[in-house]
Design a protein around this ligand. Structure first.
Ligand code: PRX
Length: 672
C-alpha cells in the first residue's frame, strides 16, 4: 500500500483477548446453531439466501435467487413481488396491533414520550400514502426527497412512499440547503417533504428555511420542485420564519384532515425495483446515490436484525443513529419494524440536558437492545463516566458501528454501559452494503475489543494487496478488504451512473469486464483492514478521499470545493486530524490567490463557507492559511505531509518535493 494512502490509517492497537458473551444472552439468542457457517458456505451460494427471503411475506414468490446476466449489477429474488410497507406494518396487525412500534422521545424532557402502536402506525402510514398519491400525484417509480429530522414523521413518510412504490431519498437533516438541493436535482424529485422545526440542544431550529434554499438550488440546476409538503412539529402551529409559498407549500397536518381513515392498498412491486436512494460521499465532489432494491435489501436487513441484532418482537430496541444515514434506514426503520420490534426514536442530542439523559430514557422505556457509534460512546464517557450505574436498565445486547473503536472505549461500553451483562457486536459495513458485512454472531462467537469479527453468515471477506494477491489470515499486513461474493443487501448501482459504480467498487480487482460469473467480481469496500489468524477483521480506515467524522461520512473533495467557493482561495486540501471524541475531524489547509492577505476574518469566512455548502458537520477544526501547499514535482498536493503536521507525527523526508522549504513554514505556523 502506498505511503500516501497509509496516512489515513488511524488504528494502532494490538489484537486483544476474547470475551465470551454472557450465558443469559446466549440462552435466549435467535441464532446459536454453529452449522450456520456451513449452510452459508460458498458451495451453497447463492441458494443459501433463500433463508433471508423466507423471513418476508411475498405477494408472489420469486423463481431465481440470483441473476448475474448484467454483472456486476446483481438481481436478487427475481420474479418475486413484494411490498416493504406491508412487511413492516400490515403483517404484524394480527398478532401485535396493540404493541408499540415506535417510541418517540422528544428532546424537551417535559414533553411526553409518544408511543405509536402498530395499529397507529398503520393508520398514519395509510393516510400519509393517500396524501402522497391523491394530493401530490406520486406513483411507483417517482423519486421524492425527504429532508426530515428524528421525529416519527420520517419513518411514517418513508413507509408511505414504500407503500406506493415511490422511491424515497432522505437527506440527513443536518445537511445544508445547498447539499439537499443538489440531491433533489440528481434524483429528479419534484416533491420535497420537510418539517417546519425540530429540537437540537434545547433550541427549536428553523428547518423549513433550509428547504427553501434547497428548492432554489435545485431550480438553478434545472430541477423544478412543484410541491413542498411541510410537517409541523406542533400540528396547527407553524414554527418557522420562512414564508409559506402559495400554491407550492402545504402543511401535512392540514392535508391529512381530508384523508382521515383512508387506506391505501400496498402496491405489489417487483423485488428488483428500487426502495430508496441514499446519497453518500466518495472520491469526487459529487455525492453518489446508492440505489437499494426492495426485496433483496429488506430480506437482508430483516435477517441481520433478527440474528445479529438479536431482535425478538418482545424487545425494546434503541438505535441512536440518525435515520438520515443508512444505519437508521436499515436498523431503526426497515429491519426492526420487519421483525415487529418496538423501535425508539430520540429527537435530540445524547447529552441534553445532561449526561444522564440517555440512561434515563433507557430506564423509562426498559430498552434492552442498544446501538450506537464510538463517537457517541466517547462523548457519553467524557460527559458522565459514572452516569450509567445510576440508572436501572438492563441491556442484553449492544452494537457499535461506524468507526473503529479503541479497546479502552470498548471496555467502558462493556463494563459500565452494559454492566458486563450485554453481548456486544462491532458491525462493519457501509451505505453501499445495505447491512452488516463483518461482525460476530453474538450467540455463537466471542467478542474481541477493537475487531469487528469475521464475515457474517453469507459474507466471505478477503484482503488483497495492491497487486491483487490475497494477504493470508495472520500475516499481520494491511490491505484492501473485499467481499468475494454478492449478497442481497448490496446496492444495485449508483443512481444514473453505472460506470462510476463499476469503476469505484470493481475497477481495481476485476480482470474481465465481460464476465457474468460472480467469482470475477470481488466488491472493494474502500477500507484498509487486517485479518487475524482467527478470521477476525480489524478495520483501519478509508483508503480513498473519504473521512469518517463522528461516524458521518464526508468527502474531502466536497469540503475542498466548498472552500474554493471563497473568492480569495486558490487551493484547498483537507486532511483527517485525530480527535479524542470524534475519531477524526477535518483540518483544512488553504493557499490564497496572489494579492490577498491571511487574516482571522478570512479563515472564519472560509469555515462558514464549508458550513453553508456542505453542512455544520463538515466545519473544519481549523483553517490554516499557508503560503503554499507542499507539492510533488508533478504538482500533486502532499496531503500526507499536511496530515503529519496536523497530527504532530514525523513529517519524514521532504527533499524530493518541489518546494521543500514550505514545510518548515507550515510547521511553524500550525505547531508554533
Ligand atoms: O470506514 C468504514 C467505516 O465507515 C465507512 C462507511 O461509512 P457509511 O457509508 O457512512 O456507513 C456507516 C454505517 C455503516 C466504512 O467504509 N466503518 C463502518 N463501520 C465500522 C467502520 N470502521 C470500523 N469499524 C466499524 N464497525
Amino acid at each position: 500500500m502506498s505511503e500516501e494512502k497509509s496516512a489515513h490509517y488511524s488504528v494502532t492497537w494490538q489484537e486483544e483477548e476474547y470475551i465470551h458473551p454472557p450465558n443469559d444472552f446466549v440462552g435466549q439468542a435467535n441464532l446459536t446453531d454453529p452449522k450456520i457457517f456451513e449452510r452459508f458456505s460458498l458451495e451453497n451460494f447463492p441458494e443459501c439466501f433463500k433463508e433471508f427471503a423466507d423471513l418476508l411475506d411475498w405477494d408472489q414468490y420469486w423463481h431465481t435467487t440470483l441473476d448475474t446476466s448484467d454483472a456486476p449489477c446483481w438481481k436478487w429474488f427475481v420474479g418475486g413481488k413484494i411490498n416493504a410497507s406491508y412487511n413492516c406494518v400490515d403483517r404484524h396487525l394480527d398478532k401485535y396491533k396493540n404493541k408499540t412500534a415506535i417510541h418517540f422521545v422528544p428532546e424537551p424532557e417535559d414533553e411526553p414520550i409518544v408511543h405509536l402502536t402498530y395499529q397507529d402506525l398503520y393508520r398514519r402510514v395509510n393516510e400519509t400514502a393517500a396524501v402522497l398519491r391523491d394530493f401530490a400525484g406520486l406513483k411507483a417509480g417517482d423519486r421524492v426527497t425527504l429532508h426530515l429530522p428524528m421525529t416519527p414523521e420520517l419513518p411514517i413518510t418513508m413507509l408511505a412512499c414504500a407503500r406506493l412504490g415511490v422511491i424515497h431519498s432522505q437527506v440527513f437533516a443536518g445537511f445544508s440547503g445547498q447539499a439537499c438541493g443538489e440531491r433533489i436535482w440528481d434524483s429528479e424529485s419534484r416533491v420535497l417533504i420537510t418539517i417546519d422545526s425540530y429540537y437540537r440542544s434545547g433550541k427549536l431550529l428553523d428547518h423549513k428555511a433550509i428547504g427553501d434554499v434547497a428548492v432554489e438550488v435545485a431550480k438553478k440546476e434545472g430541477q423544478d420542485v412543484d410541491k413542498v409538503l411541510v410537517w409541523r412539529r406542533y400540528p396547527g402551529k407553524y414554527s418557522s420564519a420562512a414564508p409559506v409559498v402559495e400554491g407550492r407549500d402545504f402543511f401535512m397536518d392540514e392535508l391529512l384532515k381530508e384523508y382521515r381513515g383512508k387506506t391505501v392498498e400496498p402496491v405489489s412491486m417487483p423485488a428488483e425495483d428500487i426502495l430508496f436512494l441514499m446519497y453518500t460521499s466518495g472520491s469526487t465532489g459529487r455525492p453518489k446515490g446508492a440505489q437499494h432494491s426492495i426485496g433483496g435489501y429488506l430480506a437482508y436487513v430483516t435477517w441481520m436484525s433478527k440474528n445479529i441484532q438479536d431482535i425478538h418482537p418482545e424487545d425494546v430496541y434503541w438505535c441512536m443513529a440518525d435515520i438520515g444515514w443508512i444505519t437508521g434506514h436499515s436498523f431503526i426503520v426497515y429491519g426492526p419494524l420487519a421483525c415487529a420490534a418496538s423501535s425508539v426514536i430520540y429527537e435530540g442530542v445524547p447529552t441534553y440536558p445532561d449526561a444522564g439523559r440517555i440512561w434515563r430514557i433507557a430506564e423509562e422505556l426498559d430498552v434492552n437492545i442498544f446501538h450506537t457509534s464510538p463517537t457517541a460512546i466517547r462523548q457519553l464517557r467524557k460527559a458522565g463516566p459514572d452516569e450509567p450505574e445510576k440508572y436501572n436498565y438492563d441491556f442484553k445486547h449492544m452494537t457499535t458501528v461506524g468507526e473503529p473503536i479503541e479497546p479502552a472505549v470498548w471496555r467502558w461500553y462493556y463494563d459500565v454501559v452494559g454492566k458486563k451483562k450485554a453481548a456486544i457486536v462491532d458491525t462493519w459495513w457501509q451505505t453501499e452494503t445495505g447491512g452488516f458485512l463483518c461482525s460476530t454472531v453474538p450467540g455463537l462467537a466471542p467478542m474481541k475489543p477493537g475487531s469487528a469479527g469475521p464475515g457474517v453468515p453469507g459474507i466471505h471477506p478477503v484482503i488483497f494487496d495492491d497487486e491483487g494477491n490475497e494477504i493470508p489470515a495472520g500475516a499481520g499486513k494491511a490491505g484492501n478488504i473485499c467481499i468475494k461474493n454478492p449478497w442481497p443487501g448490496l446496492m444495485q448501482t449508483i443512481w444514473k451512473d453505472r460506470d462510476r459504480f463499476v469503476s469505484t467498487y470493481y475497477g481495481k480487482y476485476n480482470t474481465n469486464p465481460d464476465s457474468k460469473d460472480w467469482r470475477d467480481w470481488p466488491y472493494m469496500a474502500g477500507d484498509a483492514a487486517v485479518l487475524a489468524k482467527d478470521g477476525y477483521v480489524r478495520i483501519l480506515g478509508r483508503v480513498d478521499d473519504v473521512i469518517n467524522v463522528a461516524g458521518h461520512r464526508l468527502g474531502t473533495k466536497e469540503i475542498e470545493s466548498a472552500a474554493l467557493t471563497v473568492q480569495e482561495v486558490a487551493e484547498a486540501a483537507v486532511i483527517a486530524a485525530k480527535d479524542e471524541i470524534k475519531g477524526v475531524v477535518p483540518d483544512l489547509y488553504v493557499a490564497l490567490k496572489p494579492g490577498f492577505e491571511a487574516s482571522d476574518e478570512l479563515a472564519a469566512k472560509i469555515s462558514q463557507a464549508v458550513s453553508t455548502v456542505v453542512g455544520k458537520i463538515a466545519r473544519p477544526r481549523s483553517v490554516h492559511i499557508v503560503p503554499d501547499m507542499p507539492k510533488t514535482r508533478s504538482g500533486k498536493i502532499m496531503r500526507r505531509i499536511l496530515a503529519s503536521i496536523s497530527n504532530q507525527t514525523e513529517v519524514g523526508d521532504v527533499t524530493s518535493l518541489a518546494n521543500p522549504d514550505v514545510v518548515e513554514l507550515i510547521l511553524k505556523k500550525v505547531q508554533g
